[in-house]
Design a protein around this ligand. Structure first.
Ligand code: UGA
Length: 424
């Protein structure tokens, strides 16, 4: 077997581009395809249409090994392993929409020359159902565990690589495993359904951890404890671990909300009521809205108040606004009669139409000038570097709601701000 096997990547959204660029970096010829022609055109010019640290450099460095096309033919011609990286967004019912996966299957027709390597997050049972319908088609589940903002590093230094396959596809699973050999990561080989479940269960567990610490934060506010201290003390227990114990104004993004919902729904469809996940979702929704109460506590009615939102992206180092807390907050604030200004170093323009009439500011200072309160929504590093003394002079009322416990509380209080964090 060729050590540097050529690979196909179908769908160059965020997961697809990262996968393509990283496999090229590992020395493979990558044949990538997307139905959106503009995306293909810009990637072919070496322009990366998403904000992901390190990715443009990787695409530029490996441009000779990266072949983008809007046509499936070159992919099928040059590669046997086809990494499926298409979107599987939630439908209104909370189930995953698999139409893009189905479209890929349709394009393959009856040919069994290729192996589908599923990177897209799909419901448990998808692989089995595809193999039942498409007798003889090799199928490997290879879920991704990439975090936006550190996806390149997560790909290159994974905690684990999960590869699920049934016996009839084992030799393709071996070939997929060989692609990751250089990464020196533990490999978990399982059946397909378990691999699918590992992905959903991992995201659901992390979301649970966040909702848990957010509830501890809310209780801490009432009882006078500081959730940051609590998380530090808890996290040192190896069994708990300190990661994903940062309290805040709720998780967002394209993955946690969707995957928690999908697992809950899958359980429900199988006749099981996943009670814990119902609470995880509810806590997260309430957490986003608690900010309103914190503003009202100091400002009274929000009618006519000028509120600055610092950060629009669902987390820093990305321009992704899917399920971002900023969208919920701007809508709720507008509903309360407030005027909202938002600033984000990369994501604001993208969110313009979804921000309920908020004014997009040119800079953080522009958003804060004359504001009655500021809510830190996304912990972009530049917000810690702001000239807060100047901010104090410019704000009409110096109220800061630090939705990520990110700013220097003591320094802000000393500078004369009214500071509200989360759980402290
Ligand atoms: C998440 C998972 O972390 C990845 O492992 C997974 O591959 C990915 O979903 C996916 O399924 O594709 P991502 O959504 O990019 O990655 O971002 P995270 O860093 O996990 O953050 C998700 C949300 O949780 C953000 O809104 C973040 O602010 C929030 N969060 C995270 C907290 O509120 N507290 C924390 O302690 C950590």
């Amino acid at each position: 077997m060729d050590e540097k096997e050529p690979v196909g990547v179908i769908g160059v959204g965020w997961v697809g581009v990262v996968t393509a660029a990283c496999l090229a970096e590992l020395g493979h010829e990558v044949w990538a395809r997307d139905i959106v022609e503009e995306k293909v055109a810009s990637l072919s010019r070496g322009e990366v249409p998403i904000h992901e640290p390190g990715l443009p450099e990787l695409v530029a460095k490996n441009k000779d090994r990266l072949h983008f096309s809007a046509d499936m033919a070159p992919v099928l011609e040059h590669a046997r392993l086809l990494f499926v990286c298409v979107d599987t967004p939630p439908t209104y019912s909370g189930d995953a929409d698999l139409s893009r996966v189905e479209a890929v299957l349709e394009e393959l027709g009856d040919s069994n020359d290729h192996a589908l390597v599923m990177k897209s997050t799909v419901p448990v049972g998808t692989g089995r159902s595809i193999q039942r319908r498409r007798d003889g088609l090799a199928y490997v589940a290879n879920p991704e565990f990439l975090k936006e903002g550190s996806a390149v590093e997560d790909f290159m230094k994974p905690d684990r690589v999960v590869i699920g396959a049934e016996d009839d596809s084992a030799r393709f699973a071996d070939r997929v495993q060989a692609l990751y050999a250089a990464l020196d990561a533990p490999v978990v080989r399982t059946d397909v359904a378990s691999a699918e479940m590992i992905k959903l269960a991992s995201n659901a567990f992390l979301a649970t951890k966040i909702s848990f610490i957010n509830e501890i934060a809310n209780v801490s506010e009432e009882l006078g404890a500081d959730v940051s201290e609590v998380a530090r003390g808890m996290g040192l227990d190896d069994r708990i671990g300190w990661k994903f114990l940062r309290a805040g104004i709720g998780y967002g993004g394209s993955c946690f909300p969707k995957d928690v919902q999908a697992l809950k729904q899958l359980a429900g469809n199988s006749g099981y009521h996943f009670q814990l996940l119902t609470a995880v979702v509810e806590v997260n929704e309430l957490q986003k809205r608690r900010t309103i109460g914190k503003l009202q506590k100091h400002l009274g009615s929000l009618v006519g108040k000028e509120i600055a939102l610092l950060g629009v992206a669902f987390k820093p180092h990305t321009d992704d606004i899917r399920e971002a807390t900023s969208l919920v907050l701007s809508g709720r604030l507008a509903g309360e009669g407030a005027s909202v200004r938002v600033y984000d170093p990369v994501a604001a323009a993208k969110a313009d139409s979804m921000l309920a009439g908020a004014r997009i500011a040119d800079s953080a200072m522009d958003a804060l000038d004359g504001a009655d309160a500021a809510v830190l929504v996304t912990e972009w590093p530049e917000f810690a570097e702001l000239d807060w003394a100047e901010v104090k002079r410019r704000m009409r009322f110096p109220l800061i709601v630090d939705g990520r416990n990110f700013l220097d509380r003591e320094a802000l209080i000393e500078a004369g701000f009214v500071y509200e964090g989360i759980g402290r």
